[in-house]
Design a protein around this ligand. Structure first.
Ligand code: HPA
Ligand code: ZN
Length: 320
C-alpha cells in the first residue's frame, strides 16, 4: 500500500507520549513512576472504556514539566508522523490538564509551539495548534483559560472539546464557543464517540462547530446521517482508538466502510497513537487488512482529510 499524503486532523499531543519518553522525562525531572520499567507501563495500556484510558493519560502527563519536555514530545510526534505520510497536522493540546498540575500556560503552549515552528521547513509538515477544553471540568474554567490564551496571544487557530463525554453535553459550553467564534477561532468538538447522536446535533446547532471529532455514533440516527452527508460535515474518525476504547468490538465491526458508503466526509486519524496501537499509517494498514479498500476509497479518505483541514487553498492544492 502506497503512503498517500494525508492531513492528520484528530491528534492529542499528550497522547503521543510513548512509554520510553515517559521514562526518559521522569528520569530527567526526578519523578518516580509507579512502574518498574517500560514493559510494566505498557502492560497498563488495556482499556475498558474512555475513562479508564483518560485516567492513565492524565497520570502520565506528570512527567511533562518544562518547555523542553513539551517540545521533545512534539518533535517525537512530528518525526513519526512524517514516516506515516502526514503532510499537515492539526494538533490538539489540553492546557487545563497542565494548569491543574501547576504548569503554566506559557510553559505548555510555548513548548509545543516551538517544536511546531520548524516542522514545515524541516519535515515538510505544516501544522496548526488547537486548544482543547475538558468537558468534565466546569465550563466557567474553560472560558477563563480561553481568555488567558487570547490575552497572551497564544498561537492557536481554534478550540476543541474533549475528555469524558457522557454526562457532559455540548450545550454546557455555549458561552465558550460563542467567545471562540467572536475571537475568530475555528471550532471543533468531540461528539458521538461514547456519547449519543444528540451530542453531535448539539455540537452542530449550539456550538456551530466546523468539524466533529469521532462522530461514529451518528450511524444510529438516519436523519443525522442524511444531514451530515448533505452538509459534508467532516468527521475525524479514529479506528484503532475506537477498538482500544471499546466503542466497537473489533476493527471488522467498525462503521467506517458504511460511513464511506453513505457519502459521509470521513477521514482516518490516530487520536492518541502512543496508547491505541498506532499512528495514521498503522490505522490504514490495519484497516486494509480487514476491509481491503480499493484505490478510490483510499484516495477518498486521504482527500477528505485535506479538504477538511484549516489551510489555505494554495496549501490544499499542494496536498491534493
Ligand atoms: N476522547 C476524548 N478525550 C480525549 C481523547 C479521546 O479519545 N484523547 C484525549 N482526550
Ligand atoms: Zn480525541
Amino acid at each position: 500500500m502506497s503512503v498517500l499524503p494525508t492531513a492528520e486532523l484528530h491528534l492529542h499531543i499528550e497522547g503521543t507520549l510513548e512509554p520510553e519518553l515517559i521514562f526518559a522525562l521522569a528520569g530527567r525531572n526526578g519523578i518516580e513512576l509507579p512502574y518498574a520499567d517500560v514493559e510494566e507501563l505498557r502492560r497498563q495500556y488495556q482499556f475498558a472504556d474512555l475513562q479508564s484510558f483518560l485516567n492513565l493519560y492524565y497520570d502520565n502527563m506528570a512527567v511533562l514539566q518544562t518547555e523542553q519536555d513539551f517540545a521533545d514530545m512534539t518533535r517525537a510526534y512530528l518525526a513519526r508522523a512524517q514516516a506515516a505520510g502526514v503532510r499537515h497536522a492539526e494538533i490538539m493540546m489540553d492546557p487545563q490538564a497542565h494548569l491543574s498540575r501547576g504548569i503554566s500556560l506559557a510553559t505548555c503552549v510555548n513548548g509545543v509551539a516551538s517544536a511546531l515552528a520548524g516542522s514545515e521547513e524541516e519535515l515538510g509538515i505544516s501544522t496548526e495548534l488547537i486548544a482543547a477544553f475538558l468537558r468534565d471540568e466546569p465550563a466557567e474554567e474553560a472560558l477563563a483559560v480561553l481568555e488567558q490564551l487570547l490575552a497572551m496571544e497564544a498561537p492557536i487557530i481554534g478550540i476543541g472539546l474533549d475528555s469524558a463525554e457522557v454526562g457532559h453535553p455540548p450545550r454546557d459550553f455555549v458561552a465558550l464557543y460563542e467567545r471562540a467564534h467572536e475571537a475568530g477561532l475555528k471550532c471543533i468538538a468531540h461528539a458521538g464517540e461514547e456519547g449519543p447522536p444528540e451530542y453531535i446535533r448539539e455540537a452542530l446547532d449550539l456550538l456551530k462547530v466546523a468539524r466533529i471529532d469521532h462522530g461514529i455514533r451518528c450511524m444510529e440516527d438516519e436523519e443525522l446521517v442524511q444531514r451530515l452527508a448533505a452538509e459534508q460535515t467532516p468527521l475525524t474518525v479514529c479506528p484503532l482508538s475506537n477498538v482500544r476504547l471499546r466503542a466497537v468490538d473489533t476493527l471488522a465491526d467498525h462503521p467506517l466502510p458504511r460511513m464511506l458508503e453513505r457519502g459521509l466526509n470521513v477521514s482516518v486519524n490516530s487520536d492518541d497513537p502512543a496508547y491505541f496501537g498506532g499512528y495514521v499509517d498503522d490505522n490504514f494498514i490495519q484497516l486494509q487488512s480487514v476491509f481491503s479498500f480499493d484505490d478510490d476509497q483510499l484516495a477518498q479518505l486521504a482527500a477528505n482529510s485535506v479538504r477538511s483541514a484549516f489551510i489555505t487553498d494554495a496549501r490544499r492544492r499542494e496536498l491534493l
